[in-house]
Write a protein that binds this ligand. Structure first.
Ligand SMILES: Cc1cc2nc3c(=O)[nH]c(=O)nc-3n(C[C@H](O)[C@H](O)[C@H](O)COP(=O)(O)O)c2cc1C
Length: 166
C-alpha cells in the first residue's frame, strides 16, 4: 500500500485519514494534491465524506489509482446497514469497503451544501420526532443535527487496521 488519499469538507475525514496515517506509517494526501506524490495506479486506501449517499471523490480516485479499500465517512451511526447502503449507492465492487461515523459541523457548511442540508435536516428531524420510541441512534442523530459535534474515535479504525494486518 502506497498511501492514504482523502477528501474532507469539514475535517472529520481528514482527522480519520491522519489517525490512520499515524497508525500505519502510510503517507496521507488530500485527493486534489495526491497526484504530486503518487503515480497512476499506485495502491491506495481512499477515504471520502458522504454527500447525499455519495462518497466524494471516489469515482475520480478509481480512475487515478488502484483503490484497494474505500472508506466513507458520514454522520450516520456505523453498522451493517450503513455499510450496505454505502456499497449499493456507490456501486462498490471488488474493493474492500468500510464505513465510519464522522460528525456534523453546520458552521462550516456553505452555499449549495447548506441548502441541501437544511432540507435534509428538517426532514430527518421531523421523521425522528414523529417516532413514539426513539432509539439511541435516533437521539444521537437529533443531537448531531441540532447541535453538531464530532464522533471521530481512533478505535473506529480497528477493522481497517485488522484488514491491513497491522
Ligand atoms: C450536503 C450534505 C450532505 C450529506 N449527506 C450525508 C449522507 O447522505 N449520509 C451521511 O451519513 N452523512 C451525510 N452528511 C454528513 C457528512 O457526511 C458528515 O458530516 C461527515 O462527517 C463529513 O465529513 P467531513 O467533515 O470530512 O467533511 C452530509 C452532509 C452535508 C453537508
Amino acid at each position: 500500500m502506497k498511501a492514504i488519499v482523502f477528501e474532507s469538507y469539514t475535517g472529520h475525514t481528514k482527522k480519520y485519514a491522519e489517525l490512520l496515517g499515524q497508525k500505519t506509517g502510510l503517507p496521507v494526501y488530500e485527493r486534489k494534491e495526491a497526484s504530486k506524490h503518487l503515480a497512476r495506479q499506485d495502491e491506495i486506501i481512499y477515504m471520502g465524506w458522504l454527500m447525499a449517499s455519495s462518497i466524494k471523490g471516489y469515482k475520480n480516485a478509481l480512475k487515478d489509482y488502484n483503490v484497494k479499500a474505500v472508506c466513507g465517512v458520514g454522520m450516520r451511526r456505523a453498522n451493517e446497514d450503513a455499510l450496505k447502503d454505502m456499497i449499493e449507492a456507490n456501486k462498490i465492487t471488488g474493493t474492500k469497503a468500510f464505513y465510519l461515523q464522522g460528525g456534523y459541523d453546520g458552521n462550516k457548511v456553505r452555499g449549495f451544501y447548506k441548502l441541501l442540508m437544511k432540507m435534509a435536516s428538517k426532514f430527518m428531524i421531523n421523521e425522528i420526532e414523529k417516532k413514539e420510541v426513539k432509539t439511541d441512534a435516533d437521539l444521537e442523530t437529533l443531537d448531531l443535527l441540532k447541535n453538531g459535534g464530532s464522533l471521530v474515535k481512533e478505535e473506529n479504525l480497528a477493522p481497517i487496521l485488522e484488514w491491513l494486518g497491522n
